[in-house]
Design a protein around this ligand. Structure first.
Ligand code: GUN
Ligand code: ZN
Length: 450
């Protein structure tokens, strides 16, 4: 396919170093290459740059329009935050002194109850979308709150700022210690239907609804079944939490005595599909991981949160050995950082802590964790046919990284090649190094108003 036989025009051409992952190779470094993006935001070509003149003729772009990356710059795929609570962003970085179930009732539910107020929602949701985009999350899988209108507003803001997003109106009809923060079963069903219908009606290109039972302890069995049916009938994604902390696992055993395991609860209610992503999973057994593999359901690994509220340490190596899809999540505000670079670092820390406990444990490499933050996240959200790496035909979701920005956090020394430069960025970099962000070919950072 080329410019002569399609209507596609080339909107951007970059030349320089590209780093990405493939299913076979955790880190592929493509030097001296050119990448073209068409006017629908899709990757049109990625080739060695000696052919740039013939490419320019074939695709009808001017070589003078090529964006040349500098010696200390590269393009990488946008990062995929597979689990973040937009509604908890206001207290990120605080309130990390209680374990999960007390943390929810003491800090989380009272704050989430405030999203009845759309002005409050607008302020926090604007800030979380901008903050995560600036930090390189081109895709976010969001929990909102039980409030339909505020959840629709989150979808509107993600679309406005150009972030790819799955947005979930939270469903919960039991076990909240905050009386004003729960819904009746019928209200929950009706409002979930309304949320899905209204969000789909907007026809946002890159923002879609996700069916969101908060977690088994917050939902009656009948609500869980209802939500499984809604997801099935509308072919939608599903997100929830699973086996985050041991007290929660025990609670689920008492609440669902007819189910063999926490995983069995979701399985029995038709909530484990190849579009399901379950956060945490720290205490899943191998048998449960086999069910994840068989159903094609994914795990969102949220290491900052797992440590911050003392939930547990997920053995990612074991999950990958079970061929279960896995992406990374910030889990704001159980996790105190909205940055996926932090999720990468905490993933490596947790893996190393497991190796300290058991020297036989095979520590994750930084290249593997880079893949989890990009391609792995796209697989976990079943979006890997659209995003995750630089493959012709996929949407161009990308970060332009410059490790040598003035007053930046990284120092380089002679002889450091692209692999070391990437490793330094992953371990030491921050949003100052992410100079441009693209989602589906649209440049969304720097923000148009700055
Ligand atoms: N389990 C149920 N709800 C939540 C939440 O908001 N955060 C975390 N970390 N776990 C949960
Ligand atoms: Zn969560």
């Amino acid at each position: 396919m080329n410019q002569n036989d399609t209507a596609a025009r080339i909107a951007h051409v970059f030349r320089g170093t590209f780093v990405h992952s493939t299913p076979r190779t955790a880190l592929e470094i493509l030097q001296d290459c050119v990448l073209g993006v068409d006017d629908e935001g899709k990757i049109a070509f990625i080739e060695k740059d000696q052919d740039v003149v013939s490419l320019s003729k074939m695709w009808g772009f001017k070589t003078s329009d090529i964006k040349q990356l500098g010696q200390y710059e590269f393009l990488m795929p946008g990062m995929v935050d597979t689990h973040i609570h937009a509604s908890q962003y206001s207290y990120t970085g605080t309130a990390l002194d209680l374990p999960l179930l007390e943390w929810l009732n003491t800090y989380t539910f009272p704050v989430e109850a405030k999203y009845k107020d759309l002005d409050f929602a607008n302020d926090v949701y604007t800030k979380v979308v901008r903050r995560t985009l600036k930090n390189g999350s081109t895709t976010a899988c969001y929990f909102a709150t039980i409030h339909t209108d505020a959840s629709l507003l989150l979808g509107e803001l993600a679309d406005k700022f150009g972030q790819r997003a799955l947005v979930g109106k939270v469903c919960m009809d039991c076990n909240s210690a905050v009386p004003q923060y729960k819904e009746s079963h019928s209200e929950c069903k009706e409002e979930t239907d309304r949320f899905i219908k209204e969000l789909l009606k907007k026809k946002y290109l890159n923002v879609k609804p996700v069916v969101t039972p908060r977690f088994a302890p917050s939902c009656s069995s009948s609500l869980l079944s209802e939500l499984g049916a809604i997801a099935y009938n509308n072919k939608l994604h599903i997100q929830s939490h699973i086996s985050e902390n041991k007290e929660e696992v025990e609670l689920v055993k008492t609440l669902f005595p007819g189910c063999k395991s926490y995983t069995d609860v979701y399985l029995k209610h038709n909530l484990l599909t190849d579009r399901s992503v379950m956060a945490h999973g720290c205490h899943l057994t191998d048998e449960e991981l086999e069910i994840f593999c068989e159903t094609g359901s994914a795990i969102s690994h949220c290491p900052n949160s797992n440590i911050s509220i003392c939930s547990g340490m997920l053995n990612v190596r074991n999950v990958l050995n079970h061929k279960v899809k896995l992406g990374l999540g910030t889990d704001v505000a159980g996790g105190y950082s909205p940055s996926m670079l932090d999720a990468i670092r905490r993933t490596l820390d947790t893996s190393k802590a497991l190796t300290i406990q058991d020297p036989q444990h095979e520590t994750l490499s930084f290249e593997e964790v880079f893949r989890l933050a990009t391609l792995g996240g796209s697989e976990a959200l079943s979006l890997d046919d659209q995003i995750g790496n630089f493959v012709v035909g996929k949407d161009f979701d990308a970060l332009r990284v410059n490790v040598c920005v003035p007053d930046g956090p990284i120092d380089l020394f002679p002889g450091e090649g692209p692999k070391v430069i990437l490793e330094k960025f992953l371990n030491l970099g921050d949003d100052r190094n992410i100079t441009e962000v693209y989602v589906a070919g649209r440049q969304v950072v720097p923000f148009p108003d700055t």
